[in-house]
Design a protein around this ligand. Sequence first.
Ligand code: UDP
Length: 301
Amino acid sequence: YLSKYTEWIPGNYKVKSYSRGELFPFPINMLTLEQFFNVKLTVEDTKKLLQSLGEDYPNPKNSEEFVLSRVGRELYEAFYLGYTLKQWEIHPKDLDASVCGRIPIRFNKDERYVDHKYQLTPKHGFTKLFGNMIHHKNIHVLLNTDYKEIIADLNPKFIIYTGPIDYYFDYQFGKLPWRSLSFKHVEYNKEFEQPCVQINYPNDFTYTRSVEIKHVTQQKVPNTVVSFEFSEKEGDPYYPIPADNNKKLFLKYKELADIETKQKNVYFGGRLANYTYINTDEAIENALELYNKIVNEQKLG
Ligand code: UDP
């Protein structure tokens, strides 16, 4: 679907993690373990090694149990514990298993960050992709406009709301917790500053990671920019915080949302309105499914 609006280039996303003064391939894979334990391994050895390190949590209830069950305490403390505390200001014990479960753990030498068969990025960037998408005579974009100030005058047939769900309902059950980010962009007078697009810093510095996107975008320019990422408590909502209490609070809002859909044709889409920690590809899938649902229910076909 998106190919109508963009060409693609490979999404060659390789990450390293800086721990104990060294850069390790990350997510944890055969090469990480070879470097960490200073040994030579086969796939079979890697499997056995991780099995012997993993602690006994058959049904991990939280992110700490999940990682301990897969890689054991030493690797957990080297790569996960500090990063998670920095990113969420919450102990991995108090976060859903799905949070650290986002990161694959591999027995082979595959160093890519995610498992997907197709890994692509828009050739001219996401801004251009969305620019092309909204370039249509029926689409009007209002920037710097508060949704609540204009919605009453528009009298729409139906609405797709993608903002934070707690804001939509005037925080009537209390605020949902969100996590935000800030970025420090630093230019370097050289072609490349880092050996790969992203470096994670579980145990050093105040930033969580540094991203040199040029490794992926393939721009041919003599200088480079590295973006240092800081996790923030306040600011624009970037992440829902997957934990039991937050899910309970979200479900109270979700009940209201379902009624709003039935009675007023307001549909709730995406990461903020559904309080879900999904990736870009999943958000796109979510949008296409919602589109089909609306076409059906509103008889737009
Ligand atoms: N994580 C970690 N160490 C890392 C990378 C990730 O402990 O080096 C954990 C951490 O809790 C993080 C989660 O896994 O918030 C998800 O990581 P991901 O890189 O997918 O986060 P995103 O890109 O969505 O910020």
